[in-house]
Design a protein. Structure first.
Length: 229
């Protein structure tokens, strides 16, 4: 399906709720572009690690964000190739050290201001599925369709462990602890905390398959397309 009207679809939720997978699948079905806001923050986090920038130095991180070129190049399967200053970092930014650092980088208001401005520019023309933690509340508060994905913490941790190929009990416990710590940082930050937009549809994905979630969101898109502007 390719929508006649180019909508902006916002998908938010905590780590492990399935946002990236769902957004990629949905974008492919709709013929839309999948904009991963999380990938942008992870790319910046990687650069901060490489440059050994202190994660509590808001001004240094702001300058780093301002001087960085982060690009998302759509791939046929709905995902993106992530370029950091022209370098392909698509795989590196998925590793645990970068993922945990990203939430510490993203708490700084000055960093978020720069990144949100870029995200708005990228999605201004519509025809996008954008996923993250504040898309429906801060980046695109007037998005045509807003979805907040959630799931039980242990289920989310199991999904994250499976992504990293870890099955050992101690690894699973550590993943759960890291996920809960990230939840606390995301939900308690002063600017754009992780929270469902008042007009978002909340989907608990604990017992839902990827196909089921994508189908439900696609139904919302159809309803929005058939409604008056």
């Amino acid at each position: 399906m390719t929508a006649a009207r180019q909508l902006v679809i916002a998908i938010d939720g905590p780590a492990g709720a399935g946002k990236s997978t769902i957004a990629a699948c949905l974008a492919k079905k709709l013929g839309y572009i999948n904009l991963e806001s999380g990938a942008m923050y992870r790319a910046l986090a990687l650069k901060a690690l490489e440059r050994q920038v202190a994660l509590d130095d808001a001004e240094a991180l702001r300058r780093l964000a301002a001087d960085s070129v982060i690009q998302l190049e759509p791939l046929s399967q709905g995902s993106n190739r992530v370029l950091l200053d022209g370098r392909d970092v698509s795989q590196r930014i998925r590793e645990s050290d970068v993922t945990s650092t990203a939430s510490r980088v993203s708490v700084h208001p000055a960093v978020r201001e720069i990144m949100v401005a870029r995200q708005r520019e990228m999605g201004a023309g519509g025809g996008v599925v954008m996923e993250g933690r504040d898309i429906g509340t801060a980046v695109f508060p007037h998005a045509d369709v807003k979805v907040f994905l959630d799931a039980e913490a242990r289920t989310r941790a199991q999904r994250r462990s499976a992504q990293h190929g870890t099955q050992l009990p101690e690894e699973a416990t550590r993943t759960l602890d890291e996920l809960l710590a990230r939840d606390r940082r995301d939900r308690s930050r002063s600017v754009s905390p992780l929270v469902a937009a008042p007009d978002a549809i909340i989907l608990d994905t604990t017992s839902l398959s990827i196909v089921e979630v994508v189908d439900r969101i696609e139904e919302m898109v159809h309803q929005r397309l058939s409604s008056p502007r």
